[in-house]
Design a protein around this ligand. Structure first.
Ligand SMILES: [Zn+2]
Length: 193
């Protein structure tokens, strides 16, 4: 019930989940409870993403949002190929591929990760293996390269395989011109993403 509520949240995120869990239980859980909850939730979120339909929202010009697999995914299409902002969850690969090819037959050439949370980066390996260059803040690569412990959950996220790791990183700011647009990636200290 609790989990169902959280999964249905738009723009679901690890950090939102901590707050939602806190609100839903009306107080702090013991470490053992938090651990059980986290393990259950990670599997639930993955199971849910495996079933979820990906809904495409066309915004304007060549920008779309794909909703249904973890965090929302932005897609910029054009002559340079598809540029994705965040990767969703890997079990959604089939539906994600379908949604992407409905936007354009071109391959994904670039993937930008907003942050390391698994609902935004779990799909990195299949997208990277398909030839996309992955761009992110240096801390995102650092956290995706190692066992990342989420203390509040008493939970360890495992490192991604090599193909899923960002190959291009920046520390403060990074600009790219793709598909006729200038994209500016900026690091905001102490921010979620
Ligand atoms: Zn997050």
């Amino acid at each position: 019930m609790k989990s169902g509520h959280m999964i249905s949240r738009r723009g679901f995120c690890l950090c939102c989940m901590g707050t939602a869990t806190f609100a839903a239980t009306g107080g702090w859980m013991s470490p053992r409870e938090a651990y059980a909850e986290a393990r259950g939730l990670v599997s639930l979120i993955k199971d849910s993403a495996a079933q979820a339909k990906i809904v495409t929202h066309r915004l304007r010009d060549n920008v779309s949002i794909l909703e249904g697999s973890g965090g929302n995914v932005a897609v910029l299409s054009g002559r340079d190929g598809l540029v994705m902002v965040d990767a969703g969850i890997s079990v959604s690969r089939h539906q994600m591929t379908k949604a992407l090819s409905a936007i354009s037959p071109q391959p994904v050439t670039h993937l930008i990760n907003t942050h390391w949370h698994f609902d935004h980066s779990d799909g990195n390996p299949w997208i990277g293996a398909g030839g996309a260059e992955i761009i992110a803040h240096e801390n995102t690569r650092k956290y995706l390269s190692q066992v990342k412990r989420v203390e509040d959950w008493d939970y360890n996220f495992l490192p991604l395989v090599q193909t899923g790791l960002p190959g291009r990183v920046f520390s403060k700011e990074h600009s790219v011109k793709l598909n006729g647009q200038s994209l500016t990636l900026k690091h905001y200290r102490s921010a979620h993403t």
